[in-house]
Design a protein around this ligand. Structure first.
Ligand SMILES: [Zn+2]
Length: 241
């Protein structure tokens, strides 16, 4: 972790600290394993969360970033549970995109339970577009990411592809466990997504389900809006029969 802003290859943006870990932690760890620079921008400080304080979550987010090998993490301090896609907020996110210059961004899929997640995805998409407009009044050089992936958890949007995270799953779970204020107690682990079901069991089960789709142990599913070009179908992975 550094205090000055570096350029990153991949940047994940989301509403709350721990959203990234839960939805796309495996891919971020995989990028870091391959030597890519990764970054996280959390929009809110989580001050409306039922458990823990902003200060607890800030410390936990630093620890989770360390586990995931993330190069840079920033919190924009926008209001939690009332996130709005205003011009002012869009421009702030666009400024961070210009500063970090990611080639790829991972955004929250719009079909999620918490309204902040839907707003975060839409706002980040708009900001990616604005960041590329040369004449827009935003500090820094115009920059637009080449690729936008959408991540989710516990919802069933259509998925476009699956990333093998067999070697990353245990570290993904460790990163989520870093949020002691949220998940250290039985109550915290079983009341957030599916009442009565432990979130760590749910995450492993979800990863196994995606893994099975590509004949691997664990996977993470992603959605993209555009088609994927295949140059040589003879080299495509995953047996059909
Ligand atoms: Zn969230």
């Amino acid at each position: 972790m550094t205090n000055t802003t570096p350029q990153v290859d991949a940047l994940a943006l989301a509403a709350h600290r721990d959203d990234i870990e839960i939805t796309c932690g495996g891919l971020l760890i995989k990028f870091a394993d391959r030597g890519y620079k990764t970054g996280i921008v959390d929009f809110t400080a989580g001050e409306m969360g039922t458990r823990g304080t902003e200060i607890d979550r800030a410390r936990e987010a630093e620890e989770a970033a360390r586990v995931m090998g993330v190069t840079y993490r920033e919190n924009l301090g926008m209001p939690d549970a009332r996130l709005e896609n205003t011009l002012e907020n869009r421009l702030r996110v666009a400024e961070t995109i210009r500063r970090l210059k990611p080639k790829l961004v991972i955004l929250p899929h719009r079909d999620q339970r918490h309204p902040d997640h839907r707003v975060a995805g839409e706002m980040a998409y708009d900001a990616c577009y604005l960041a590329g407009l040369k004449k827009m009044d935003i500090p820094g050089e115009a920059h637009r990411p080449h690729k936008i992936l959408y991540a989710s958890f516990f919802r069933k949007p259509p998925y476009s592809f699956v990333v093998d995270i067999t070697d990353q799953l245990e570290r993904k779970l460790e990163a989520v466990r870093a949020y002691h204020s949220q998940f250290a107690t039985e109550d915290g682990q079983t009341s957030i997504y599916q009442p009565g079901v432990n979130i760590f069991d749910l995450m492993r089960e979800d990863a196994r389900r995606f893994g099975q789709m590509i004949r691997k142990t664990y996977g993470e599913g992603y959605f993209i809006k555009e088609m994927i070009e295949i140059d040589d179908p003879l080299t495509m992975s995953v047996n059909s029969i």
